[in-house]
Design a protein around this ligand. Sequence first.
Ligand SMILES: [Ca+2]
Length: 120
Amino acid sequence: MLIFIPQFNVGVMDNGFPQKNSSSPARVRVRITRNRNKPRFDGGEYDKAIPETQEVGSSVMDINAQDSDAEGPFKTITYSLIGDDASPTFFEIEPDSGLIKVKRDLKSENVDFYNVSICI
Ligand SMILES: [Ca+2]
C-alpha cells in the first residue's frame, strides 16, 4: 500500500471590512491500492461422484477461493465455468458463491464424467 501525501494551504476569510484572513497547512493522505494478488482456490483439484439421476437445480459441490488483496474490487471473486466441452451445458456455477449445480438432466447423455473448469 502506497501513501501519496499532497500538501497545501487552506485559507479562510471573513466578510468584514477590513477583511481578515488566515491560513493553515493541510495534507491529505491518499491510500493507493493495487491489484497485487490473483485469486487462489482453497483446494487443489475438486472431484466428486454424483448419480446420473441427480435432480436439475440440485447442488453438486461448493468451490472456494480467496484473494489476499485488502479490499474492494481487487478482492471480490466471481466464479464462472469455462471450457469447450459439454460441462457448461450440464452444470452451472453461482458467480458469487462458487456453488456448482446441475443445470440439465444428466441422463440425456451417455457420459461417464464431466471435466468442469472454473475461472475465478
Ligand atoms: Ca486480486
